[in-house]
Design a binder for this molecule. Structure first.
Ligand code: FMN
Length: 379
């Protein structure tokens, strides 16, 4: 029976454990480029023992960024920074992963800690956002997007494919397409944001079309030997939005189109969710487990899995194949080492580079004096 520290083999890639650093947008880029900042923080998580390390969502077009300081993969000038990231992640023993995305109607924004509001196209740093239908997200993101033409949809598929080619060139070995969190793919999937009357709107089959065509475009250029995965907005927590059954059906179709693993996440297509379970530990786990058993595909999930015993149980109980950690990875770059200690594994320092491990294993004295964080009380 696998546990959190069992290797995970998918296609020709083997992760050293089941712990992924979830993609996190850092708002630190200039012209969409990753630089020293990203080498530092992604390299630190790889050195801290994560098996899979995601760079932030990388936009496939300039207007696919959340704001002007977000990362992109739409220009060959962005390759150098990406190569530096994949280089350091591999050197530290992890597998570098890329998340391709487009923010759709949730783009053109200022940074979250500066208010997160949307900028109008005529404001500095703002642009006209594009979406399936001219419906704003709501709340402080209330600017109406422009509906994509069918021509533009085809162009976007070419943009995703070109981005996947760049990702391969940059050295990424695992590719996830972002169809969650209210961004473009999620907003095609949700009846709350997609009111199109052409073949991209209406029935579930039509609302899933943009996602499946994107997957096909990427699969055509991304090598079969490398994992192709996607993160789906599987539930909107709204009576008129995506219902979980829709996600199970759609992931079944995606499997037929060459998907290797489903990262099951939230829709986030409305400012008006009804009782979202955001404070519950591991609230996506049972949903992902349903996908795993009903579709028969490996699954991962994030959301409140930072307590080692909770993450380990999700793997041991065969609910998840891979645990994604967002905020816990920000809080503790050495989360895997700490979790190994908490779970009583032999040689937790085996996860850090050998030159550090030697010093830490041979330490004489009190464990607390080498800076172990205090254990987390369970329950
Ligand atoms: C600072 C920050 C940036 C994020 N950016 C992204 C992103 O680029 N792509 C994405 O799919 N999710 C993004 N997320 C969501 C996380 O990947 C993760 O799914 C979420 O935080 C729940 O996991 P957690 O409870 O372990 O934090 C972000 C989260 C945070 C905290």
């Amino acid at each position: 029976m696998p546990d959190l520290f069992s290797p995970l083999a998918l296609k020709d890639v083997t992760l050293r454990n089941r712990i992924a650093m979830s993609p996190m947008t850092m708002y630190q880029s200039v012209d969409g480029k990753l630089d020293d900042y990203h080498v530092m923080y992604l390299g630190a998580r790889a050195a801290g023992g994560f098996g899979l390390v995601f760079a932030e969502q990388l936009a496939v077009t300039p207007d696919g960024r959340t704001g002007t300081t977000c990362g992109g993969i739409y220009d060959d000038d962005q390759l150098e920074g990406l190569r530096r990231v994949t280089g350091i992640v591999k050197r530290m023993g992890a597998v570098p992963a890329v998340q391709l995305g487009h923010t759709g109607r949730k783009g053109s924004r200022v940074r979250p800690w500066e208010g997160g509001t949307m900028l109008a196209p005529d404001e500095p740093g703002g642009w006209e956002t594009r979406a399936p239908s001219p419906i704003p997200y709501g709340g402080k993101r209330n600017i109406v997007p422009r509906a994509l033409t069918r021509e533009e949809i085809k162009d976007l598929h070419r943009d995703y494919a070109a981005a996947a080619v760049r990702a391969l060139d940059a050295g990424f070995e695992w590719l996830e397409i972002h169809f969650a969190h209210g961004y473009l793919g999620a907003s095609f999937f949700s009846p709350l944001s997609n009111r199109r009357t052409d073949e991209y709107g209406g029935s579930l089959e039509n609302r899933a079309r943009f996602l499946l065509e994107t997957l096909d475009a990427v699969r055509a250029v991304w090598p079969e030997r490398l994992p192709l995965t996607m993160r789906l907005g599987s539930e909107d927590f709204h009576p008129d939005g995506v219902q979980f059954e829709d996600a199970v059906t759609t992931i079944g179709w995606m499997k037929e189109h060459g998907l290797d693993l489903a990262d099951v996440s939230i829709g986030s297509n409305t400012d008006d969710m009804v009782d979202p379970p955001f404070n519950e530990p591991g609230f996506m786990v049972e949903r992902a487990a349903r996908v795993r058993s009903e579709v028969g595909i490996p699954v991962g999930a994030s959301w409140n899995l930072g307590v080692p015993a909770v993450a380990d149980a999700a793997i041991r109980d065969e609910q998840l194949d891979l645990v994604y950690l967002g905020r816990p990875a920000l809080a503790n770059p050495h989360w895997p080492v700490w979790a190994a200690r908490e779970l009583g594994r032999e040689d937790p320092f085996g996860l850090v580079p050998e030159d550090w491990a030697w010093w830490l294993r041979n330490f004489r004295g009190d464990a607390a004096s080498i800076g172990w964080p205090a254990p987390v009380p369970l329950g």
